[in-house]
Design a protein around this ligand. Structure first.
Ligand SMILES: C[S@@+](CC[C@H](N)C(=O)[O-])C[C@H]1O[C@@H](n2cnc3c(N)ncnc32)[C@H](O)[C@@H]1O
Length: 149
């Protein structure tokens, strides 16, 4: 199972997701540019020594990410989706793509992806923290594929 982060801009969130990936065997794809660098003390404080247990792939931009992953299905996680995450059939090799904290993903990119899912929320709220949404959705995707061992 793969997690992709579109131009993440909060170092602590990316670090928490990398740690989650190390613990649950999720491969992490980072689509740059990020709003920070991996030497940022805020990133290091949260990621601790989990980087060494992680599988991380970095891409200069979204185009490179697409070229290198053309055989995989990309599923976009967005509050604008109609489909609820627990009603979606995840596959073992899916890439679950998450938007950046400040702006999600651009509208143009949104339109190119067929499969989109959401975590249903209280209608008065706007969105989950990205790391929380990764934890919720990846747990369900792993469960469906019998990968929680
Ligand atoms: C903080 S949110 C982005 C908020 C941004 N202002 C927007 O309008 O998209 C960061 C990312 O977390 C994920 N996310 C947050 N809440 C979600 C939800 N309820 N369902 C699915 N994904 C969610 C999405 O991938 C989103 O792009």
């Amino acid at each position: 199972m793969h997690i992709a982060l579109y131009k993440p801009d909060i170092p602590q969130n990316t670090a928490a997701i990398i740690r989650l990936g190390a613990c649950l065997n999720l491969k992490i794809h980072i689509i740059e540019p990020c709003g920070f660098n991996l030497h940022d003390p805020r990133f290091k404080r949260v990621v601790m020594d989990y980087l060494e247990f992680s599988k991380i792939f970095r891409y200069e931009d979204y185009n490179e990410f697409l070229i290198k992953n053309k055989k995989k299905r990309i599923v976009l996680m967005t509050t604008k989706a109609k489909k609820k995450y627990h009603k979606f059939n995840f596959r073992r090799e899916d890439i679950l793509l998450f938007g950046r904290e400040s702006a999600g993903v651009p509208e143009g990119l949104h339109k190119t992806i067929k499969d989109k899912v959401k975590v249903p929320m209280n209608k008065k709220t706007r969105s989950l923290n990205v790391a929380m949404s990764v934890a919720i959705i990846s747990a369900e995707a792993l469960r469906q594929n019998n990968l929680l061992k």
